[in-house]
Design a protein around this ligand. Structure first.
Ligand code: NAP
Length: 484
């Protein structure tokens, strides 16, 4: 199967923060890959903006180096790189200053799709929005893309929403959560809502529990003081994991339409119960060999910020009452992996004796990384003449194999930026969703802060703190192994 590349309309994309890490590692290499794939029409322009004074040629040299560093060598084609660099331009602008805006205005054409990517600290979102609007650069059809973190609690998220809403309609605001751009995540909606097979069993009657795991092997070294103000709950659970939970738990939208999908996700977030303290485990990784522990990395020897969190969440509605959702995420764990596992219940009656093999539950595993794909663990008869013996086997579908080359290269950022140009907000968080997610998260964080709790230390390279195992053991369940 070969995936199709559908070109978008001609656009002018302004990237604020074009000299920064995200722009150089993800956004610009991603745009190059889309250009190489033939998705970007001739005449489109990508305009870098940041405070650094430089000309367009210097910016092109920077982007050329970024492509060399971050695009796989097989995708670097001299003529494609040349064509891509020819699309680039640069304007030196301080988000808080007055210089550069008139020049930018001359470069953004009203007859192309206009998009403005705020790849800068959230403290600058309001300044950028105000200037783009007041100087007549962004018209009513322009789109703005904002990066995470979108606030650090409900109050700050509301303030950011207000700052943006003062100048842009909600329909123009694209809040990026790159997890939503992953092939598998979108496929989750296709699997649930384009097949009759799963939906009838997608509820508390048939699903025993759901596990969502996002495990990283890296620590926070290098950005420790930034991470220390955030922690795993704010950095991963409130946004990425919450979005995954929503896609698993939501009701079928009446149509695959941005607001219909986001309305259903919002209902899930609002149905989340407060989490009891005994259903939360927080951890901090310890040093290993010459790798520093969290307390050294964070530069605060007394830090109480968690680099690991596991918690049990409940969605209080008809579909999910009594089906727990176990979420865990952490740094310096055994392997780098992200997956959602839906574990189904036992059949109501077994016609097989124990001698015929041990029954194991059906599990639908949705892998986000590495090797995006799905896998359904099923019981079958062991092949061969040895009589009836049951074994559990995975029905495996790796998207890279199923879809050919294109499947594993379309990075989430690339897909999401193309959606911005198309004007499709389905995979972007709406303002009320973000606020509802913080409204659930805030009391959890306030709870452990009020109790003065310290995270439990855990050894690097393991599955996290022991208490996290107990969180499931006490319910007679266990975590899936963390492995690639
Ligand atoms: P970064 O490397 O520190 O880059 C920040 C960018 O903002 C630079 O281009 C900087 O350029 C520009 N900038 C700073 N102050 C400015 C001002 N007053 N006016 C105009 N431009 C200004 O940060 P980053 O890692 O790229 O992250 C950018 C945003 O994405 C942040 O909100 C971050 O939280 C978010 N994010 C990043 C990642 C990631 O992997 N890096 C992942 C998810 C989200 P000058 O100094 O030249 O002005």
């Amino acid at each position: 199967m070969v995936s199709r590349v559908i070109p978008v309309d001609r656009f002018d994309l302004v990237i604020f923060g074009a000299t920064g890490d995200l722009a150089n590692r993800k956004i610009l290499p991603g745009l190059y890959r889309r250009a190489l794939a033939g998705q970007i029409p001739d005449g489109s322009k990508i305009i870098g903006a940041a405070r650094t004074e430089m000309g367009a040629e210097e910016f092109r040299a920077q982007v050329k180096a970024a492509i060399r560093e971050h695009v796989e060598p097989a995708k670097i084609e001299a003529s494609a790189v040349k064509d891509f660099l020819a699309m680039l331009d640069y304007v030196a602008i301080d988000a808080k200053g007055d210089g550069g805006w008139d020049e930018l205005k001359t470069k953004v054409r009203p007859d192309a799709v206009n998009a403005f990517y705020f790849s800068v600290a959230p403290a600058l979102f309001g300044d950028l929005a105000e200037r783009l609007h007041s100087r007549g650069i962004a018209g009513p059809d322009a789109r703005i893309v904002v990066e995470k973190p979108f606030g650090r609690d409900l109050k700050s998220a509301k303030a950011l929403n207000r700052e943006l809403a003062a100048h842009f309609d909600e329909a123009q605001i694209y809040r990026i959560d790159h997890y939503l751009g992953k092939e598998t995540v979108q496929n989750l909606m296709a699997v649930r809502f384009a097949n009759i097979l799963f939906e009838p069993v997608w509820n508390a009657q048939f699903v025993d529990h759901v596990q969502i795991t996002v495990a990283e092997t890296v620590g926070v070294g290098g950005r420790g003081s930034y991470y220390d103000k955030s922690g795993a709950m704010r950095d991963m659970v409130q946004n990425h994991m919450m979005q995954l939970l929503c896609l698993i738990a939501m009701e079928p939208p009446y149509h695959f339409d941005p607001d219909a999908v986001r309305d259903e996700k919002l209902k899930v977030i609002r149905a989340l119960q407060p989490v009891a303290p005994q259903d939360i485990v927080r951890g901090q990784y310890l040093a290993r060999g010459d790798e520093a522990g969290y307390l050294e990395d964070s530069e605060d020897p007394n830090s109480k910020t968690e680099s690991y969190i596991a918690l049990k969440a409940h969605v209080a509605n008809w579909r999910w009452t009594n089906t727990p959702f176990y979420l865990r995420t952490g740094k310096r764990l055994r392997a780098r992996t992200s997956e959602i596992a839906i574990t189904f219940k036992e059949p109501p009656h077994s016609i097989f004796d124990e001698a015929e093999g041990e029954w194991r539950e059906n599990v639908l595993v949705i892998r986000l990384q590495p090797n995006e794909g799905m896998n359904l663990k099923m019981m079958i008869k062991e092949p061969g003449p040895g009589g009836m013996r049951l074994v559990q086997v995975p029905l495996d579908m790796s998207f890279a194999e199923a879809l050919g080359e294109e499947a594993d290269i379309t990075d989430a950022y690339e897909r999401l930026i193309m959606d911005v140009i198309r004007g499709n907000q389905t995979l972007f968080m709406r303002g009320d969703e973000v606020e509802a997610a913080w409204a659930w998260t805030d009391p959890i964080i306030e709870g452990w802060e009020a109790r003065g709790e310290r995270p439990q230390p855990y050894d690097s390279g393991t599955s996290g703190p022991d208490d996290a195992l107990m969180l499931m053991h006490r319910d007679g369940r266990r975590w899936r192994e963390i492995r690639e």
